[in-house]
Ligand binder design. Sequence first.
Ligand SMILES: NC(=O)C1=CN([C@@H]2O[C@H](COP(=O)(O)OP(=O)(O)OC[C@H]3O[C@@H](n4cnc5c(N)ncnc54)[C@H](OP(=O)(O)O)[C@@H]3O)[C@@H](O)[C@H]2O)C=CC1
Ligand SMILES: O=C(O)C(=O)[C@@H](O)[C@H](O)C(=O)CO
Length: 275
Amino acid sequence: MNSLLLNTDGVQVPQLGFGVWQVPSDVAEQVVTTALEVGYRHVDTASAYGNEEGVGRAVRASGIPREKLFVTTKLFNPDHGRAEEAFDESLSRLGLDYVDLYLIHWPLPEHGTYLQAWRSLEKIYRQGRAKAIGVSNFTVETLTRVIDEAEITPSINQIELHPYFQQRRMREFHEANGILTEAWSPLGQGQGLLGDPALAVLSEKYGKTPAQIVLRWHIQLGNVVIPKSVTPARIKENFGVFDFVLDAEDMTAIGAMNTTDGRIGPDPDTFHWMG
Ligand SMILES: NC(=O)C1=CN([C@@H]2O[C@H](COP(=O)(O)OP(=O)(O)OC[C@H]3O[C@@H](n4cnc5c(N)ncnc54)[C@H](OP(=O)(O)O)[C@@H]3O)[C@@H](O)[C@H]2O)C=CC1
Ligand SMILES: O=C(O)C(=O)[C@@H](O)[C@H](O)C(=O)CO
């Protein structure tokens, strides 16, 4: 399993993780248990997903030493002004003493509260209760403000990223600032992308499924990647991406799949969902 170094105190993140958006808490307990049995060591949840309890139960029952696991959760939008309390509530639902990564879920630029929230995350980090801190859905503009005005640069920005929406500008910005790019909806939510004829050609060439081709592309780009599945065979399939390498020509071919209107999820500049 590949790991990437974060910009904070030598903390490493397993490059392939397991996402649990839209998974009810009891199902999350089952599928995280399956994922940990398959070999995943990194789980991505959020307060907004309503499944931190199930994730925590699976993590605690796994028998895997806590330091070998990487658990991420996120500060939900209505909690920007009470981040320390919200963090305590997440820890308590997870039943853990610390998380490996705590993220601001959305920047909500019109509310102007993300810097205040970030200062609370810095405090949580200094207390050792989050081994690393980062953001999600931040744009060049909102990230620049954090970098310029806060003391700690976010270690990761988790953003929508898949072959139809490749986020080149954000990836370049992250690289220039020592921030890791983490891809959400990395399989395009399993919709049209996985049936694309270009992926069928590569699937045939490498003897790998379209999902494995896409995940391998993310790995070779240097993204942290967190596919979600509640299907045991797919959970296993998505982990099978470390035994082959896409050649440069095929990386370029997937690079050419980018579209100008490929976004599936909300636009961070205008998304103000309060739950
Ligand atoms: N920070 C943020 O704002 C956001 C973060 N996220 C995070 O990213 C994670 C992943 O993103 P998500 O939106 O869930 O979408 P993904 O791109 O991971 O796709 C998940 C969908 O693809 C299907 N699928 C999974 N594996 C395969 C496969 N091998 N073959 C065919 N279909 C497959 C799943 O079906 P099934 O489950 O039925 O097997 C599910 O419907 C989330 O779970 C969450 O942790 C997501 C959105 C926003
Ligand atoms: O999954 C997440 O982390 C999200 O933020 C999304 O659910 C997002 O809120 C959304 O897509 C709502 O439609």
